[in-house]
Design a protein around this ligand. Structure first.
Ligand SMILES: Nc1ncnc2c1ncn2[C@@H]1O[C@H](COP(=O)(O)OP(=O)(O)OP(=O)(O)O)[C@@H](O)[C@H]1O
Ligand SMILES: [Mg+2]
Length: 228
């Protein structure tokens, strides 16, 4: 069963690491522009699911369709082109390049896609303005706070106008006030760019920013009706 209009759909994903079934029949779907929270206890398979959906990890079996194309039929070059052009990533920490300034960090994905330095940095600054970190452009990641660094990372993840933003515990290292602020800016920026968001989190208050929740337990997933 493929939900109509889905951008990214997965069925019956299985992935074993030795004796551990990290994914044991998990499914997933997301529509363009939708924000889906992936919840569940530690070790339940959330990151593995996100990495499979993003084409970073290859599942042992199961199907992942992006825009109607089965990912397993793509070769490595096609999958990495898909990641670079369609996907953005925000992780828990340690993702900015310490030697580069904040604006160079945000501009990096555009530079990797062949943009000139001037064009890349102009686009990067516009995104940084939206996330209220443009004044940090000349600083290096070691010179900004955790919350500011995460906002820079969100700007970088959105700078290529991805169709899907994958975020794994994007506020995990932040206090609750900074976490709320990053979530608000992340979901606002993604919604205004019409990017779908796959948001892995432990925290119910973070999941409250989503349109829908998927709960992962023992490598299996379940769609939840939001209980308000
Ligand atoms: N590269 C790996 N090698 C071996 N085992 C792995 C690997 N990645 C994940 N696992 C195992 O697979 C299971 C699922 O891990 P996963 O990282 O997906 O969990 P998670 O839900 O993201 O947990 P957390 O909330 O703690 O980040 C765990 O038992 C984990 O130990
Ligand atoms: Mg994880």
């Amino acid at each position: 069963m493929t939900p109509a209009g889905s951008l990214l759909v997965a069925h019956d994903l299985r992935k074993a690491y030795g004796p551990t079934n990290a994914l044991d029949g998990a499914g997933f779907n997301i529509h363009p522009g939708e924000v889906v929270a992936v919840m569940g206890p530690s070790g339940s398979g959330k990151s593995t699911l996100l990495h499979c959906l993003a084409g970073i990890v290859t599942p042992d079996s199961g199907s992942i369709m992006y825009g109607g194309q089965e990912m397993a039929t793509m070769n490595d070059a096609q999958r990495s082109a898909l990641r670079r052009s369609q996907f953005g990533f925000v992780f828990q920490f340690g993702q900015l390049v310490p030697e580069l300034t904040c604006v160079e960090n945000v501009a990096l994905p555009l530079r990797l896609n062949g943009a000139s330095r001037k064009d890349a940095e102009r686009t990067a600054l516009a995104r940084m303005e939206q996330l209220e970190v443009d004044d940090l452009k000349a600083k290096r990641p070691g010179e900004v706070s955790g919350g500011q660094g995460q906002r820079v990372a969100v700007a970088r993840a959105l700078v290529t106008d991805p169709r899907v933003l994958f975020a794994d515990e994007p506020t995990g290292a932040l206090d609750s006030l900074n976490g709320e602020r990053v979530m608000e800016l992340l979901t606002d920026a993604a919604r205004s760019a019409n990017a779908a968001v796959v948001l892995v989190t432990h925290e119910a208050r973070v999941a409250a920013y989503s349109d829908r929740e998927i709960v992962v337990r023992d490598g299996k997933s379940r769609d939840m009706e939001r209980v308000v």
